[in-house]
Design a protein around this ligand. Structure first.
Ligand code: NOJ
Ligand code: NOJ
Ligand code: CA
Ligand code: CA
Length: 680
């Protein structure tokens, strides 16, 4: 997808830049004094990197030649100017300590330079994703207002309020989280960061107005920081704001540790309209190719599990490492492991994201050693070339962006897998052993009969492959550390949908459908059984208007002008309307052990009276305590909703609240609160 399709990144390769650590293109904007380390020997200070440095690299072809089509940059907003009172005097070079979301970080550049960055990137066919951290402002201490900047928030220069004496109730004052539960992590401070109260109308409007300002600058995507730490209901309203205003691909950071599996993580990816950074994928690939604590069987199980659990696996953002983990490559390690990991990531489902410096085999364990200044811009490293070859293949063969994954041959060392979409096929063979060769016999592929050369041009020693009738691959040898990638393109007979963005939309808004064989004459699009007006149509991309439908999840299909129907794709959540974050609270709901309280009501966002789709479990520890319960829910704005609270246990046994339905008129804009007494 080109830069004019901002809701489909399936064919893109993202490159993650810590703006301060990439390239200093303008020494005049560098901080001075205790904020700055001119030679970047103190990794806790600013090092001078800026947007001009990125612009220069766009202009000299560093990204284009690597095949990079999207840049994820540090949060661009103004950050605190003070330093932490730690031994290093840590400065906010990383961009996560905002003070004014409507101004730029002057050490990165001016609004004008930001605009030049966007324009230059777009001229090169490259998208720009901003990091955005709406969970908090900056480190603050309730009792010591002089600590840092007391978390103060400014609105384009005007003070809104600080953490101490927070009479406007902008922030939470529940102490720091011990990460004991999701609720604890949302409503208490993450470390010492002044934690926003998103139910405050000023905060809600401020953050949504801020993101609109950056959308107006022409950004193409958003990486949302710390999504596990903000109310999910509010985040859904945030996404509705983005999608109703200027829809861009948005992915959140929900950190998972090694072998951590969390159904809440999948639920988040499937219900908020936001994708996730694919920590399941990244952690597992690191186990296989970085620390050796798992093998390809474990990797293949992760692929199978996650393709089943993500409703849109292709929209999750895969990675090998980032600024919060040890770099993938480490001193003393064989660079071959990084090469193989890149080859696997770039041919796997999901949108691949390369952390800056990986292509230069940079090393560094832990923060801030994983955030060193980019060491060189060498275009001849093997990693750089692997990325370049496979980024090109992601553009030319749709199996990589849209295809399902099938394991074809596996042992602890060898993984041969196939991606297919319509008649497009990519077969990948990897041997991670340092010593063992494997003779691969009895391999079957969907590639049609013929001879195939390695798409990596033998960068990882791949040989050519010979496929006979019925997809029988002639026996071949996979040498230690070898990887080969084999590709064939075909034209699907029927329209094939590969991706839709966004997958959450209000009636009347636009969705973009990508795939192939839609035909060149206009056909029709169905969302459920509703006909969607076609706004534009090409063989590979359709824009359609979501019809007026009751809120709920729908499958989408395309019918060509000749009457051939596509696969169904979905679900796409049609919202009941513009959304508002409402805090539902209920007093005196006593439960037996194992039971939790949920909300269910008469709109799709409240489960349409289906107890199985009730919202919850509600919380009862921080904002209110048992037997009081609360939960922040994204519901249609300006609507009379009816609802009840139910008690549900893990086996799905439901006890309905008695009496009449509760009634609440949701605010027409901004958040609201509804308080009920439980009716026994
Ligand atoms: C996650 C970011 O990636 C990390 O670097 C940052 O410190 C925290 N969120 C807080 O913003
Ligand atoms: C069952 C609930 O008890 C009631 O309050 C509600 O009106 C109906 N479901 C709607 O079908
Ligand atoms: Ca600079
Ligand atoms: Ca929070």
């Amino acid at each position: 997808a080109s830069t004019d399709n901002k809701v489909n990144y399936s064919n893109d390769v993202i490159y993650q830049i810590m703006t301060d650590r990439f390239s200093d293109g303008n020494a005049n904007n560098n901080p001075t004094g205790s904020l700055f380390s001119a030679d970047c020997s103190n990794l806790r200070k600013y090092c001078g990197g800026d947007w001009q440095g990125i612009i220069n690299k766009l202009n000299d072809g560093y990204f284009t030649d690597m095949g990079i089509t999207a840049l994820w940059i540090s949060q661009p907003v103004e950050n605190v100017y003070s330093v932490l009172n730690d031994t290093a005097g840590t400065a906010s070079y990383h961009g996560y300590w905002a003070r004014d979301f409507k101004k730029t970080n002057p050490f990165f550049g001016t609004m004008q330079e930001f605009q030049t960055l966007i324009n230059t990137a777009h001229q090169k066919g490259i998208k720009v994703i901003i990091d955005f951290a709406p969970n908090h402002t900056s480190p603050a201490s309730e009792d010591t207002p002089s600590y840092m900047e007391n978390g103060k928030l400014y609105d384009n220069g005007t003070l809104v309020g600080g953490y101490t004496n927070d009479t406007k109730d902008l922030f939470h004052h529940n102490g720091g989280t011990n990460f004991s539960s999701i609720e604890d992590g949302i409503y208490r401070n993450l470390y010492d960061l002044a934690d926003f109260n998103h139910q405050n109308p000023t905060v809600d409007k401020y953050l949504k107005d801020s993101v609109k300002l950056w959308l107006d600058m022409g950004i193409d995507g958003i990486r949302v920081d710390a999504v596990k730490h903000m109310p999910f209901g509010w985040q859904k309203t945030f996404m509705e704001t983005v999608y109703s205003y200027k829809p861009v691909f948005t992915f959140g950071e929900w950190f998972l540790g090694e072998n951590e599996v969390d159904q809440n993580y999948y639920n988040f990816a499937n219900t908020t309209g936001m994708s996730l950074l694919d920590f399941r994928f990244g952690q597992k690939l690191r186990q296989v190719l970085r620390n050796g604590s798992d093998n390809w069987y474990g990797f293949n199980s992760m692929i199978t599990e996650s393709e089943a659990k993500y409703e849109q696996a292709a929209d999750q953002v895969t990675f090998l490492d980032n600024h919060d983990m040890d770099r993938f490559h480490f001193d003393g390690a064989d660079v071959k492991n990084t090469d193989l990991a890149l080859a696997v990531m770039l041919t796997s489902r999901g949108v691949p994201n390369v952390y800056y410096g990986t292509e230069q085999y940079m090393t560094g364990n832990g923060d801030p050693n994983n955030r060193k200044k980019q060491t060189s811009f060498n275009k001849t490293t093997k990693a750089y070339q692997i990325i370049s070859k496979l980024a090109a293949l992601r553009k030319s063969n749709q199996a990589l962006g849209y295809g399902k994954t099938k394991e074809r041959w596996i042992n602890n060392d060898v993984y041969i897998y196939e991606r297919t979409f319509g008649k497009d096929v990519v077969l990948v063979a990897v041997n991670k052993s340092k010593t063992a060769s494997y003779n691969i016999t009895n391999l079957t592929t969907a590639l049609s009969a013929g001879s195939y050369s390695d798409q990596l041009t033998s960068l990882l020693n791949g040989s050519s492959l010979s496929v006979g009738s019925g997809g029988a691959v002639s026996a071949f040898n996979l040498s230690p550390g070898e990887a080969g990638v084999y590709s064939s393109n075909g034209t699907a007979a029927a329209p094939a949908i590969g991706q839709i963005g966004p997958v959450m939309a209000v009636p009347g808004s636009t969705i973009t459908i990508s795939g192939e064989s839609f035909g060149t004459s206009v056909g029709s699009v169905k969302v459920g059984t509703g006909n969607a007006a076609v706004l534009s149509w090409s063989n590979t991309e359709i824009r359609a208007q979501v019809p007026v439908l009751a809120g709920g999840n729908y499958q989408v299909s395309v019918t060509s002008s000749g009457g051939t129907v596509s696969n169904t794709y979905g679900p796409v959540e049609v919202l009941s309307g513009k959304q508002s974050s409402v805090r539902f609270m209920v007093n005196n709901a006593t439960t037996s052990p194992g039971q939790s309280v949920y909300i269910v009501g008469n709109v799709s966002e409240l489960g349409n009276w289906d107890a199985a789709k009730a919202i919850g479990p509600m919380y009862n520890q921080v904002i209110t305590k048992y037997p009081g319960w609360y939960y922040d829910v994204s519901v249609p704005a300006g609507r009379n909703v009816e609802f009840k609270f139910i008690k549900k246990d893990a086996s799905g046994n439901v006890v309905w609240e008695s009496g009449a339905n509760h009634l609440y008129t949701t605010p027409s804009s901004g958040p609201g609160t509804s308080i009920s007494n439980f009716q026994n």
